[in-house]
Design a protein around this ligand. Structure first.
Ligand code: PLP
Length: 431
């Protein structure tokens, strides 16, 4: 059947056919039947979020990430998803007059940029860090941080936010997606994670890691099964735990921003934050949480039911991963068949890694066409995707926009035949 509607390779959305509607429906009924759970769910929640969900998450995250030291439950709080939590993190731990710069590891998740702008970080205060082969040019970052620190601030640097014991104002913020990056699919190597953390410690920076794709991983060779339900590499937040004493007293230098959006459904609006107990306590003292309780309280009680009999883990391992791995292989084959002969390329170091994952492919365009030209022509052929320059912080003085010979394609949202047809239409647009 001919596809008449625009094929959406732009939206970074999960497959709608994989939403676990039956289990969510049973979970909602179970919660609403029992006074203990519906009272908890329909009332204001604790600032830290629904305790049974925090406990289940703590166990699940420990099994998946296998950190050297198991996290205590006070390292985890419930959030309204990664976007909402990013805004809360900035509300509590930054001050636009004291925090000098927000550093974005580029190319990046572009919808985060406005969250930084809303918190007062734009222009010179929101800066990109270019990639190198390991995903981030740390030499550039260190030099630029030193430069900022040696330049006198334009203001008196008196904070505009009141000083509170739960708050620490960091001098810098570094934002990144270390595993299966949006948009590149890249996994930041362990050595870079360690160096980035050292840099953060040295310069009083908070590393905000959106760890939202970590669970969705599969072997790059089709047919090979995922052996164990464990992470590819340690999260930076796990590298930031030194010892009990530091963990109990320090704010630390990293927060992991987790989410159920990619593994259940974005409409759930539930996620989690993980960091030192002191940081997590501070985060849960954000004004909106003190007033309204933890966000998404009712949905937290419903999601908690999905930990029973390990449903959530089985859903990820037995439903999402095989299906996304299949779509990935199909999409990759279509790109190689239709677009490689025209000169399009994917990063071999990403697609040939033992483990691949996430939601996106980052496609380099052939010489002679840029992403603006291709997107305009693609629109007439009925296919959409996001274009490279949107993934970089705006650079008003630079004529040569970064990443203009790249596009980002999402392979999880559309069904098989539309994925293949979408690639065919890109080929037509480029031809
Ligand atoms: C890196 C990254 N962070 C955050 C989000 C949004 O997460 P949430 O739905 O939990 O707000 C996305 C969604 O595309 C993302 O790719």
């Amino acid at each position: 059947m001919a596809e008449t509607t625009t094929i959406d390779l732009l939206s970074g959305w999960p497959a709608q056919s994989l939403f676990p509607t039956n289990e969510l429906s049973s979970a909602a009924v179970a919660v609403l039947k029992i006074p203990e759970t519906y009272r908890a769910g329909l009332n204001y929640g604790d600032d830290e979020g629904y305790l049974p969900l925090r406990q289940n998450l703590r166990k699940y995250l420990a099994n998946f990430y296998t950190p050297e030291r198991k996290a205590s439950v006070d390292r985890v709080c419930i959030t309204g998803g990664a976007s909402q939590n990013l805004a809360c993190i900035l509300q509590v731990f930054t001050d636009p007059l004291v925090t000098r710069t927000v550093w974005i590891i580029e190319p990046s998740y572009y919808l985060a940029f406005r969250i930084f702008e809303d918190a007062g970080f734009h222009g010179d205060k929101l800066r990109g860090v270019p990639p190198d082969e390991g995903g981030v040019d740390l030499g550039f970052l260190e030099t630029a941080m030193k430069q900022v620190e040696s330049t006198p601030a334009e203001t008196t640097q008196q904070p505009i936010k009141p000083c509170q014991p739960h708050r620490k104002i960091y001098r810098h913020i570094i934002y990144c997606v270390p595993t299966f990056s949006n948009p590149t699919g890249l996994i930041m190597p362990l050595s870079k994670r360690q160096e980035l953390l050292q840099l953060a410690r040295k310069h009083d920076a908070l590393l905000i890691c959106d760890d939202v794709y970590d669970f969705l991983r599969w072997p790059s060779r089709p047919g090979v099964e995922v052996k164990q339900a464990t992470a590819t590499l340690p999260r930076i937040v796990d590298l930031d735990i030194l010892d009990d004493e530091k963990d109990a007293t320090s704010f630390g230098n990293c927060v992991s921003n987790g989410s159920f959006s990619k593994i259940l459904g974005p409409g759930c609006r539930v996620g989690w934050g993980e960091s030192t107990p002191r940081f997590i306590h501070g985060l849960t003292q954000a004004g909106s949480t003190r007033s309204g309780g933890a966000p998404s309280q009712m949905m937290s009680t419903i999601i908690n039911e999905l930990f029973k009999e390990n449903f959530l883990e089985a859903h990820i391992e037995k439903t999402l991963i095989p299906e996304y791995a299949r779509r990935y292989a199909l999409f990759l084959a279509a790109i190689k068949h239709d677009l490689y002969p025209l000169g399009f390329r994917l990063d071999e170091s990403v697609i040939n890694r033992e483990t691949v994952g996430g939601f996106f492919m980052w496609l380099q365009l052939p010489d002679g066409i840029d992403c603006y030209q291709l997107a305009a022509r693609a629109a007439t052929h009925g296919v959409s995707f996001s274009i490279g320059p949107t993934t970089a912080v705006t650079r008003p003085l630079e004529v040569d926009l970064p990443f203009k010979n790249f596009i980002r394609l999402c392979f999880t949202f559309e069904e098989d035949h539309r994925l293949v047809e979408g690639v065919r239409r890109i080929a037509l647009a480029a031809g």
